[in-house]
Ligand binder design. Structure first.
Ligand code: BGC
Ligand code: NOJ
Length: 809
C-alpha cells in the first residue's frame, strides 16, 4: 500500500495522508542550523549540536507519537485544525505534504479555508523560515484566528529531560512586539538565545505552556485556541513556549501570507549584556530584517533550490529504470548529505543526546558524500583524524561542537583506524588533491603528524595487533558493534558501552582482515603516489600475507569465517550450532578481491544466496541466536531476526552487491540492490513502514514476527554504501587515482544508459551501450571520438568537458 508518490520533476516525495505507518520525516538545513520535520509538522530544531544547543523540545517515545513541533492552529468558528493534521487531528478536507530537498510544504484545507505552509532553512542564516498563506475559498467573508506554537528546549537536551528540579525554575523569555526571545541561560555564562517572530503585528501572544494549553490541557486542544484568545502569558520557569495570535478577516477568494522565523543568535562576549538580564538584540534584528517580505523569502528559497540542483548535477543518470534514476539522482545523494551532517546523532530514532559523530560512521559517510562537496569532506577528514591516538587506535566517537573524542565511550574498536584510510583514499580519488596528506594533525593523546602519518599508524595498528591465527585482533568489536568477543566476563545486561576496552585481548576478526586487504592496498597506492615505493612495497607484503591468512585460517569450507572468540573458538562456522554464516566477511573479503582467483569468492557469495537471502534483503547471519551467549556479547541479546541478530542490516547488503559486481554477476548485484532500495518498496509501505525515499538501518529478518518491517530510518551507513554500490559498481563510474574508470556491471536487460558526472572540475557526459546484453566488461572506450585503451578516461588538466562512449563487450 502506498501513502504517497514521487514527484521526480520537483525532486519531492508527496505524502497524501497524514496517517503514515510511522512519521515520515525530512531534514531542513545544510550546515549549522537544522530542523527535523515530520509529515504532520512534528519535529525539533538545533544549532550545530543536537545535544548541547537544542532549540525546541521533542518527546520521543510518546503517545500519540510525534506530538511536538512547530505547529499552526487555525480557528475557524468552532473548528480548530492544523495544516499538517497534528496535533488536533481534526479531519481535513484536503491534506498534502511535500518533502523536498531542504524544505517541506504542507497544504491543508477545511470548510473552504486553505493553509499553505512552506518551511526551510536558508543557506546562509541560522534560522528556519516558514511562510504560511491563508486563503478563503468560500463565497463569504471568513474571520480566522491563527495561532503559532513552539515549545522551547532548555538548550542541553539531556539535562532538559532529566533535571526538572532545576529546569522548572530557569526558563526566561522576553517579548518585543511580534518577537518572542528565549533567553534561558543567557544570564549565566552563555551568549546565545533563540527567537520566534512573525512579520506582522500580533493580536496576542503566550509564552507559558500551561497558560496556552491549560493546566491539564494538551497540544491537541489548547485552551487559548479553544477560547480564541491569547492570554499574553509570560513564563517564569516551568515550560516556556512561543505562540502568536493573529486575527484575520478574509474576503471571498482573498489570501494573506505571514512569515515566521525561528532563529538562533550568538553574540560575541563583548556584545553580551545590554543591561543585566536583557539580551543584546542587534543581530536578531538584522536576521529578522532579511525575512520581512514574500519576495525576500522567495529569493532565499530559490537560492536553496538552485544550490541543491547544482549539487545533484554532479551525478545524474538516465536509464530505463525509474527507481534507479530517482534514487541516484535525488534521494540517495540527499540522504548522503544528511548522514554526513548528522552522522548517527539526531533523527526520530537517534535522540541526539547519546551519540555524537562516529569515527567509523563518519569515515564511511564520506564515501557517499565526497563528490558532493569535496572541501567539506576534506575538513571532516582532518577533524576525524584528530580523534586518533598516537598508537593508531582511535576514539570511537567525537562531539561535533567541541570536536573532542568522547571519553565516555572511549576507543578499542579495532576496525576504526582502517576506515580513516578508506575516507582519505576516496577523497583523493575524487579530487586528486594529495596535499591533504601533508596536513599536520594532532593525535588526541599528544604529538602530531601529517595525515599520511596518521594513515601509516592506522595501517600499522592492524599489523601490530594480530591474534593467534595471524588475523587482526577485534578489540571491543569491529564493524559489528554487538560482536563483543572479549566480553566473556561481562555481567548480564552489560554491553560494550558499559564494559571497558582492554579486557580479553585475543579474539580475532576475519572482517577486519578483509578491510586490511582492501584499504591496505589503497594505503600502498597513496604511498606510491608520493614516491614512497619502499613503504608501498612493504605494505603490499603485509596485505599479501593477510590475503593468504584469510584463505587459510579465515576460510570455513564454503564461506569465510566471521571470527575467533576469546577462547579461539570459531564464530560463523558450519561447526557452530547457531550463527554459522555471517554476511560481513563474505561481502568485505570478496569486494577486496580475496579468493576470486581461487574460486572461493564465488562459493562464499553462493552460500550467502543460499543461506542468508530473503525477499526483503540479506540477513546478517543464520541461524539466528536463540539464546544469550556470554562469549559473543550484545549480538545475542536481540530477539532472533532483529538488528545484528539475523536482521537484514541494510548497511552490509551493498557489500554483497558490490562483491557480486566485482566478480561480474550483474543480475545478482542488481537483485541485491533492488531488495532493500526504498523506492522499490513504496507499494509495501504498510509492511516496510519507514519512509520510501530513504534507507533505514534495519529490516526485520526471516526469524522475526514482523519480517520486512524496517526500523531506524535515515542515519545509517547504508546511504553512503548504496550510493557507492549503484554509482560506482553497478552503473560503474569509479573515480580512480588516474582518472574516471568506466566499469559497469548490470543485468543483461538493463538497457543502455547515460550519466553526467562532475569530476575534478570537469563534466563528463558518459554513454554506456550494451548491444549484446552482457553483465560486465567494456570492450571499447571512445573519449571525444578517440579510441582509448582500457577503461579509464585519462584525466587532462584544465579540460572542462569530456564526451565518453563505452560499449560493453
Ligand atoms: C546497536 C548497534 C549500534 C550500537 C551503537 C547497539 O545497541 O545494536 O547497531 O551500532 O548500539 O551504540
Ligand atoms: C550502527 C553503528 O552506527 C555502526 O557504527 C555499526 O557499524 C553498525 N551499527 C553495526 O553494528
Amino acid at each position: 500500500m502506498k501513502y504517497g508518490f514521487f514527484d521526480d520533476q520537483r525532486c519531492e516525495y508527496v505524502i497524501t495522508t497524514p496517517e503514515t505507518p510511522l512519521p515520515w520525516i525530512n531534514y531542513l538545513g545544510c550546515k549549522d542550523f537544522f530542523t527535523l520535520i515530520s509529515n504532520t509538522c512534528g519535529g525539533y530544531s538545533f544549532y550545530k549540536d543536537a545535544k548541547l544547543l537544542r532549540l525546541t523540545r521533542y518527546r520521543y517515545n510518546n503517545v500519540p507519537y510525534d506530538n511536538n513541533g512547530q505547529y499552526f492552529y487555525i480557528k475557524d468558528g468552532s473548528s480548530i485544525w492544523n495544516p499538517g493534521w497534528q496535533p488536533s487531528q481534526t479531519r481535513l478536507d484536503s491534506y498534502e505534504c511535500r518533502h523536498g530537498l531542504g524544505y517541506s510544504r504542507f497544504t491543508g484545507s477545511l470548510n473552504q479555508a486553505k493553509a499553505e505552509v512552506l518551511t526551510f532553512v536558508p543557506l546562509n542564516d541560522t534560522c528556519q523560515v516558514t511562510s504560511l498563506t491563508l486563503t478563503n475559498e468560500s463565497g463569504e467573508t471568513k474571520n480566522l484566528s491563527l495561532f503559532s506554537y513552539v515549545e522551547w528546549c532548555l538548550w542541553n537536551a539531556d539535562d532538559d529531560m532529566k533535571n526538572f528540579q532545576r529546569n522548572l525554575s530557569t526558563g526566561e523569555l522576553e517579548i518585543e512586539g511580534s518577537t518572542i526571545y528565549h533567553k534561558t541561560e543567557y544570564r549565566e555564562r552563555r551568549n546565545h538565545y533563540a527567537l520566534y517572530s512573525v512579520n506582522t503585528p500580533v493580536d496576542g501572544f503566550d509564552t507559558s505552556r500551561d497558560a496556552f494549553l491549560g493546566t491539564y490541557g494538551s497540544p491537541a486542544a489548547p485552551v487559548v485556541v479553544k477560547e480564541g484568545k491569547a492570554s499574553n502569558s509570560e513564563a517564569h520557569g516551568w515550560s516556556p513556549i512561543a505562540s502568536h495570535q493573529i486575527n484575520v478577516s478574509l474576503a471571498p477568494g482573498e489570501s494573506r501570507s505571514y512569515i515566521f522565523v525561528l532563529g538562533y543568535v550568538e553574540n560575541e562576549e563583548e556584545e553580551k549584556w545590554e543591561a543585566p538580564g536583557i539580551i543584546n538584540k542587534t543581530k536578531a534584528h538584522q536576521l529578522l530584517s532579511r525575512y520581512q517580505s514574500d519576495e525576500a523569502v522567495e529569493k532565499a528559497f530559490t537560492e536553496l533550490t538552485d544550490y541543491w540542483q547544482e549539487l545533484l548535477s554532479g551525478y545524474q543518470v538516465s536509464s530505463d529504470c525509474e527507481e534507479v534514476n530517482r534514487m541516484v539522482n535525488i534521494w540517495n545523494q540527499y540522504q548522503c548529505m544528511v548522514t554526513f551532517n548528522m552522522s548517527r546523532s539526531a533523527s526520530y530514532y537517534e535522540s541526539g543526546i547519546g551519540r555524537g559523530m562516529g569515527f567509523r560512521d563518519s569515515c564511511q559517510d564520506l564515501l557517499g558524500f565526497v563528490h558532493l562537496i569535496p572541501e567539506r569532506a576534506r575538513e571532516r577528514i582532518l577533524d576525524i583524524a584528530s580523534a586518533q591516538f598516537g598508537d593508531g587506535s582511535t576514539y570511537h566517537q567525537y562531539q561535533p561542537l567541541t570536536k573532542k573524542g568522547n571519553a565516555d565511550i572511549g576507543g578499542g574498536f579495532n576496525d576504526d583506524p582502517l576506515w580513516l584510510i578508506a575516507g582519505t583514499s576516496a577523497y583523493i580519488k575524487e579530487t586528486g588533491d594529495t596535499s591533504i596528506l601533508s596536513e599536520v594533525v594532532t593525535f588526541d593523546d599528544g604529538g602530531e603528524g601529517t595525515l599520511f602519518e596518521h594513515l601509516t599508524r592506522s595501517f600499522e595498528f592492524t599489523v601490530t595487533h594480530k591474534g593467534p591465527h595471524g588475523l587482526p585482533l577485534i578489540g571491543r568489536a569491529d564493524w559489528n558493534d554487538c560482536l563483543n568477543l572479549n566480553c566473556f566476563s561481562a555481567q548480564p545486561g552489560e554491553s560494550f558501552q558499559t564494559f571497558g576496552p582492554s579486557e580479553g585481548p585475543v579474539a580475532e576478526s576475519v572482517f577486519i582482515g578483509g578491510m586490511f586487504v582492501k584499504y591496505g592496498e589503497e594505503y600502498a597506492q597513496l604511498a606510491e603516489l608520493q614516491g614512497l615505493t619502499d613503504i608501498a612495497e612493504s605494505a603490499r607484503r603485509e596485505v599479501s600475507s593477510m590475503y593468504d591468512t584469510l584463505l587459510d585460517a579465515g576460510w570455513d569450507g564454503d564461506w569465510f569465517l566471521r571470527a575467533y572468540d576469546a577462547y579461539s573458538q570459531k564464530v560463523g562456522s558450519s561447526e557452530c550450532e547457531e550463527g554459522q554464516i555471517f554476511i560481513e566477511p563474505q561481502g568485505f573479503c570478496v569486494l577486496a578481491g580475496v579468493g576470486i582467483k581461487e574460486g572461493k569468492a564465488q562459493r562464499a557469495l553462493d552460500s550467502v544466496k543460499e543461506r542468508l537471502d530473503t525477499k526483503y534483503g540479506i540477513m546478517l547471519l543464520q541461524p539466528a541466536f536463540s539464546r544469550y551467549h556470554l562469549e559473543l556479547g550484545e549480538i545475542t541479546s536481540y530477539p532472533p531476526g532483529y538488528k545484528e541478530n539475523a536482521g537484514i542490516f541494510c548497511h552490509n547488503n551493498p557489500w554483497i552487491s558490490i562483491a557480486e559486481a566485482v566478480i561480474g554477476r550483474g543480475e545478482r548485484a542488481f537483485e541485491v540492490y533492488r531488495k532493500t532500495c526504498p523506492a522499490f518498496l513504496q507499494d509495501i509501505s504498510e509492511i516496510h513502514r519507514t519512509e520510501p525515499y530513504c534507507y533505514s538501518q534495519m529490516i526485520a529478518g526471516r526469524d522475526a514476527a514482523t519480517h520486512g518491517e524496517a526500523k531506524n530510518s535515515w542515519l545509517t551507513g547504508t546511504a553512503a554504501w548504496t550510493f557507492v554500490n549503484i554509482s560506482q559498481y553497478i552503473l560503474g563510474i569509479q573515480p580512480s587515482l588516474t582518472g574516471l574508470c568506466i566499469d559497469p556491471c548490470v543485468p543483461g536487460d538493463f538497457g543502455d544508459f547515460t550519466i553526467t558526472r562532475r569530476f575534478r572540475g570537469a563534466v563528463y557526459h558518459i554513454e554506456v551501450k550494451n548491444p549484446n546484453h552482457l553483465e560486465k566488461g567494456v570492450s571499447s572506450l571512445l573519449v571525444d571520438g578517440e579510441k582509448v585503451d582500457g577503461n579509464v578516461v585519462p584525466f587532462v588538466e584544465g579540460k572542462k568537458e569530456y564526451h565518453v562512449t563505452a560499449v560493453m563487450g
